[in-house]
Design a protein around this ligand. Structure first.
Ligand SMILES: Cc1ncc(COP(=O)(O)O)c(C=O)c1O
Length: 396
């Protein structure tokens, strides 16, 4: 008798990624030879800078092919601490003992959720939010509590909104600035108010700063330079977005030593260390400062040009509402009421793919079905053509 698979209670509530349906349809159209403009991607279209690839090749040749410490090689943790200390960190400087390197910021976020949250805990998630926060919190057997952001303020939440959603079971919150999917950047004052609330309430703050270096008119500030103390704070970052290193899979946490120890222990029993050669690549990205800054600045300049071009293209369609994209490489467009559909974002995603051959991600993936996300991590002409078709479909 073949064993039939009944999902364990661990994954019973795990939802399939809402992005998959559109991606599968887009692939099917491409397979039929129909050219699809793909604005679904969540990764830079640039190659990893040459000096990083060369450093990785050298490391591989000189023996970086074995297990490392679970928490990552010391030079990399030192470079991460030094990089964090380049900004005006409040309190004592970050030390390598607070750093745990993992296989991408996604794993770091999961490590943090599993180690800080558990059954009976509630975790506040400002929405729209990156899709995996919900699943990670639920996998930690805690309850995800969405808190809707203010459409009049780039869909950001305030400390008051979080306080209103809290209960005695609230154990923490997820913060993400610049935001995926909106590109909104929280100001220093907004972050300060949220951090003060979390400190008073004794909540964990998991601050996902993966897009921190990709911000335009206003620098995105780290919670490390705002929170007076960081004993309730776990900062998550990585090399994927800023350094165009998505495939290398390196992320990290900066967290109090006890939390770092717990996450190292957890990771030690699940994946062990991140790939040795990738750690050396990340080391080059963080330690070869001048080359890295030049490469990041060039990429951010290109993202900014595309952002400006996309916003300019949309200005021809005054009826189209979107969140001002102040960072990251996404534009979040309102499609409320689209053809009277119950899930306007999903209906729009199907329509714009079939009628205009543009792939985007429906807002239900981020907890807000009235919106859609388009990525401009592609050439300027493709991004402009894509958003123009989106606007046409929306206003037709
Ligand atoms: C907000 C956010 N956090 C984390 C991640 C995961 O990044 P990494 O490649 O470092 O795991 C992503 C990737 O899309 C993201 O958008």
């Amino acid at each position: 008798m073949p064993l039939s698979f009944v999902p364990s209670p661990n994954i019973a509530r795990l939802k399939e990624s809402a992005t998959l349906a559109v991606a599968a349809k887009a692939r099917a159209l491409k397979a039929q030879g129909i050219p699809v403009i793909d604005l679904g991607a969540g990764e830079p279209d640039f190659d990893t800078p040459v000096f990083i690839r060369q450093a990785a090749a050298r490391a591989m040749e000189s023996g970086a092919t074995r297990y490392t410490n679970t928490e990552g090689i010391l030079p990399l943790r030192e470079a991460i601490a030094a990089d964090a200390n380049r900004i005006q960190v409040q309190g004592t400087p970050v030390t390598p003992a607070e750093v745990v390197v993992s296989n991408g910021s996604k794993q770091s976020l999961y490590n943090a959720c599993v180690c800080c949250f558990g059954p009976g805990d509630e975790v506040l998630i400002p929405i729209p939010s990156w899709t995996s926060y919900f699943e990670m919190v639920e996998l930690a057997r805690a309850t995800a509590v969405p808190v809707m952001g203010d459409p009049a303020n780039s869909l950001k939440v305030t400390a008051d909104m979080l306080a209103a959603a809290a209960t005695p079971r609230t154990k923490g919150l997820m913060l993400n600035s610049p935001s995926n999917p909106t590109g909104a950047v929280y100001s220093r004052e907004e972050l300060a108010a949220i951090l003060a609330l979390a400190a008073t309430q004794g909540w964990w703050v998991i601050a996902d700063e993966i897009y921190m270096r990709i911000a335009y008119e206003q620098r995105a500030e780290s919670v490390l330079e705002i929170a007076p103390a960081r004993d309730n704070i776990i900062v998550v970052n990585g090399v994927a977005k800023a350094y165009a290193m998505t495939g290398w899979r390196i992320g990290w946490t900066i967290a109090p030593a006890a939390v770092s120890k717990a996450m190292t222990n957890f990771q030690g029993h699940t994946t062990s260390n991140a790939a040795a050669v990738s750690q050396h690549a990340a080391l080059a990205a963080l330690a070869q400062r001048d080359e890295a800054d030049a490469a990041v600045n060039d990429m951010v300049k290109a993202f900014r040009q595309r952002r400006d071009a996309v916003v300019h293209a949309l200005s021809a369609f005054p009826g189209v509402r979107y969140v001002h994209p102040a960072g990251a490489f996404y534009i979040y467009v309102n499609v409320a009421g689209f053809r009277g559909a119950a899930d306007p974002g999903a209906a729009f995603a199907s329509a714009v793919l079939e009628e205009q051959q543009v792939a985007i991600v429906p807002g239900s993936a981020f907890g807000t079905p009235d919106w859609i996300r388009a990525s401009y991590a592609t050439t300027e002409s493709i991004a402009v053509e894509g958003v123009t078709r989106i606007a046409r479909c929306l206003t037709a």
